[in-house]
Design a protein around this ligand. Structure first.
Ligand code: ZN
Length: 106
């Protein structure tokens, strides 16, 4: 895994990682040619744009409690900014923020 910029890292299989401050974790986007869903990428590691929107669902902090709903993170990444849609279950729903820099080694 290598750093493309302060905001993006390259991972296996042509995927890219960016840090999501809403989830406090990295999201992986697959770009270019290859199996599975692929996103469009504008090729700018400092001001990335991904299309279409990114929908991530995962077990939330309440995972382990029977019946707890999955957490949702749904965003558009455009020109280095993350626009969180209102269906996000985290505190940044409805807000637009800069992609934060990765610090250290994750
Ligand atoms: Zn997220």
């Amino acid at each position: 895994m290598g750093a493309l910029s302060k905001k993006l890292r390259a991972a296996d299989g042509g995927s890219l990682l960016f840090w999501c401050p809403g989830c406090d974790g990295a999201h992986r986007i697959q770009v270019g040619e290859g199996p599975g869903p692929r996103w469009g990428f504008n090729g700018d590691p400092d001001r990335p744009t991904f299309t279409p929107s990114i929908l991530v669902t995962y077990n939330g902090k309440d995972a382990g409690i029977d019946g707890a709903p999955p957490a949702i993170c749904h965003s558009f990444v455009t020109a280095g900014r993350i626009q969180f849609l209102s269906d996000c279950t985290h505190a940044l729903a409805g807000q637009t923020v800069e992609i934060p820099d990765f610090d250290g080694d994750l």
